[in-house]
Design a protein around this ligand. Structure first.
Ligand code: ZN
Length: 503
């Protein structure tokens, strides 16, 4: 490799180093804001984060970055770049193009609009009045329609939005996947609706918060989450964040009269964090120590939260531990009653409270509406009715007001249309990966029964985690499981679960 090429690579690395430093500062400030910062710091802190974010934007779209990317990726020369360097350059180039195609003033306008829209959305939700939010959402949709034209797409404008969260995924593929899921899962929803409802009132007794905290720390430690490279703190909306290589934090929400909120949020966020903790450290300096896609990241959190954390085998081992923390509340409850209660399936209005089965209809509904909004086939003003009609059709329930319906999620107010499908894809990937794990590690359920979670963690470390975003979603799925994404694995998983629960 010539000296000139090496010089360019070094210069490129220096730019990344700056981005990494800004991002560490931003993420730490953001974590602080969402956990321990006093209420009155919100305004100043948000401004500071805004200033630092615009620095990242400037570096990522700078003349220097452009020249380095153009030079190093020039197609008529072969510099024999290491694969990791090439991959990093390609990812940065995508980011560069994405930013550059939007005029700077439009970008700024969108940030201002979504900040405002987010505030108004909260008011509208409190008042259960979609009309307040409607004009803002209209502008958000309009701007995103413009952006999709600037970004470009092959077939459907919504593809340009999907690209941000699920690179390579298209409307054409999703339509087939979701149509298949609908056909497979609607009969299951009907089957469950006819069964006797599962009662789990004991989950809503008073559960001492400091005991919950001890329990949650114990459980994530058992999963192999490294407390020397992270921490667990309370927050309002649980999240996981990466500060740096040795610091992948998780948060949870403790509620005194609901044991399950902290329990499953913690397992979920720890799943994200274990992915982050297990990426090859050499990816860091190339900005490749990130999830392959939102859906793949979600597959890791959902694996721990549901496939492990809501399994009968997991509680075979951990239920006695749980009772030792809460003997009074659970003394008359059997493990089986507990297992059924945490898995109860029932159609409901609110996505984030939905069970593993009905959850997908919340996503399919949003996907179908978003897609038509972006294509201009539905108007924003018609959303509340379209929402309720679909709820009725898919789940047989109709929200009493907009707060329980069309206004429940924050995503549309901050412009993240295109994100929802990643949640369902996460379930699909998780089911498919786990099916493969069952072939390679046939005793995995027996291991869970004994409280040995490390072998399954290591399987995922090896197959998925270490690669960060060096492999695309398609490559991962194909290389790990030997086939393309196949929704049948999720359907089979859900059928088996329903049999166990409602026999
Ligand atoms: Zn998640």
């Amino acid at each position: 490799m010539s000296n000139l090429v090496q010089e360019k690579i070094d210069a490129y690395k220096k730019l990344l180093q700056k981005i990494i430093a800004y991002e560490e500062a931003i993420n730490l400030m953001d974590w602080d804001l969402k956990t321990v910062a006093p209420k009155h710091s919100i305004e100043a802190r948000s401004e500071t984060i805004g200033v630092l974010s615009s620095e990242v934007f400037k570096i990522s779209t700078s003349k220097e970055m452009e020249e380095l990317l153009t030079f190093l990726l020039s197609s008529d020369k072969d510099y024999n770049l290491e694969p990791i360097v090439r991959r990093s350059l390609e990812e940065q180039k995508k980011e560069f193009d994405r930013y550059k195609r939007i005029p700077a003033d439009k970008h700024q306008e969108f940030v201002v609009l979504t900040t405002k829209a987010n505030n108004i959305w909260e008011e509208a939700k409190d008042a259960a009045d979609f009309k307040l939010f409607q004009p803002y959402l209209q502008q958000v949709v309009q701007m995103l329609q413009e952006f999709t034209e600037l970004w470009g797409y092959k077939e459907h404008p919504y593809d340009a939005l999907l690209e941000m969260y699920e690179p390579g995924m298209t409307v054409k593929q999703l339509d087939i996947i979701f149509q298949g899921l609908k056909e497979a899962l609607i009969p299951l929803v009907q089957e469950v609706a006819e069964k006797k409802a599962i009662i789990g009132d004991f989950l809503r007794l008073d559960y001492d918060l400091s005991k919950q905290k001890e329990l949650n720390e114990f459980l994530v430690d058992q999963m192999g989450y490294d407390f020397q490279a992270g921490r667990l703190d309370p927050t309002v909306h649980p999240f996981q964040t990466t500060i740096n290589r040795g610091d992948k934090r998780i948060t949870t929400k403790y509620v005194h009269n609901d044991l399950t909120v902290s329990l499953f949020s913690t397992l979920h966020e720890a799943g994200h964090a274990i992915y982050e903790q297990s990426m090859d450290s050499q990816l860091d300096e190339w900005l490749l120590a990130e999830g392959a896609s939102m859906g793949i990241h979600e597959s890791q959190s959902l694996f721990w939260e549901n496939i492990v954390g809501r399994s009968s085998e997991y509680w075979d081992y951990y239920y006695q531990k749980l009772i030792s923390y809460f003997p009074e509340q659970l003394k008359t409850v059997t493990k089986d009653e507990f297992y059924r209660a945490i898995n109860a399936m029932k159609a409901s209005f609110i996505r984030i409270e939905a069970d593993e089965l009905t959850y997908h209809f919340h996503i399919i509904l949003r996907y179908e509406l978003e897609k038509e909004l972006i294509a201009g086939n539905i108007q924003v003003k018609d959303l509340p009715k379209a929402w309720n009609d679909k709820m009725k059709e898919y789940l047989g329930v109709v929200p009493e007001n907009d707060a329980q319906g069309v206004l429940q999620d924050m995503h549309w107010s901050d412009g993240s249309l295109g994100y929802f499908p990643s949640y369902s894809l996460g379930y699909l990937y998780a089911a498919q990966f786990t099916h493969q794990m069952g072939k390679e590690l046939p005793e995995w359920k027996e291991q869970i029964k004994k409280g040995n979670l490390i072998s399954i963690k290591e399987w995922y470390n090896e197959k998925i985690h270490r690669h960060g975003r060096c492999k695309t979603t398609n490559e991962l799925v194909k290389e790990v499981t030997g086939e393309e994404l196949n929704p049948d694995y999720l359907t089979a998983y859900l059928k088996e679960k329903i049999n166990q629960l409602y026999q």
